[in-house]
Design a protein around this ligand. Structure first.
Ligand SMILES: CC(C)(COP(=O)(O)OP(=O)(O)OC[C@H]1O[C@@H](n2cnc3c(N)ncnc32)[C@H](O)[C@@H]1OP(=O)(O)O)[C@@H](O)C(=O)NCCC(=O)NCCS
Ligand SMILES: [Zn+2]
Length: 175
């Protein structure tokens, strides 16, 4: 278990920025892992929450999510997906996301995810994948990680400066 956590942290620090994911996040998530030749090539963290827990966890308001999310008992959150640089664009990300969704289907029929929109390029790496799985873009929230970056908790891999000016896209889906 400890080894898996270290592998996840190493990949996350590299792709998202140092400190973005914590051991606590990992412990409390459903984990789908993809190993290639003994190396962690990608992972997906997800969790099933009540709507209130979801707002609290993401730091959003009820208005930031679709009506059917607000009305649900439980929401499946695809929290984080990362595929290592050298393994990207080979379908691993999609497999991880689909497996993660399937693993949550028993507990929820509405789903939510957060896309990272890079401040520097405007790219949203996860956009095409989520949309092709049936998610729709619900809302863009500017400076979503700004406070966390100011506190020094993490250093964004996309922003040139220490302060993160990236925005988040909230995606929702009803299955
Ligand atoms: C986003 C990510 C998980 C996708 O994983 P992947 O294994 O490369 O994705 P797949 O090969 O399954 O491709 C899924 C779709 O995403 C698109 N895609 C993949 N990487 C992309 C990128 N960097 N920018 C734009 N689109 C991308 C592909 O075009 C593909 O669609 P298509 O097959 O219809 O053309 C991966 O690029 C990654 O880890 N990026 C860095 C971390 C990150 O941004 N995670 C998401 C945070 S919200
Ligand atoms: Zn940033």
């Amino acid at each position: 278990m400890k080894m898996i956590e270290s592998d996840i942290l190493e990949l996350s620090d590299k792709e998202f920025g140092k400190g973005f994911i914590t051991r606590n996040d990992i412990e409390q998530s459903l984990k789908i892992l993809y190993y290639e030749g003994g190396q962690l090539a990608g992972f997906c963290l997800s969790k099933i929450l009540t709507p209130l827990e979801l707002y609290e966890y993401l730091g959003i308001t009820p208005d930031d999510a679709a009506e059917y999310i607000r009305a649900a008992d439980k929401v499946g959150l695809i929290d984080t997906i990362i595929v290592a640089k050298e393994w990207q664009r080979q379908g691993i990300g999609r497999k991880l996301a689909e497996k993660s969704l399937r693993s949550m289907m028993n507990g929820a029929n509405v789903f939510c995810s957060v896309g990272w929109k890079h401040s520097t390029t405007g790219a949203i790496p996860i956009d095409k994948m989520l949309q092709s799985m049936g998610f729709t873009r619900y809302k863009e929230i500017p400076d979503f990680w700004y406070k966390d970056s100011l506190s020094g908790r993490f250093v964004c891999a996309a922003c040139d400066a220490a302060e993160c000016r990236c925005s988040a896209i909230i995606y929702c889906m009803k299955y």
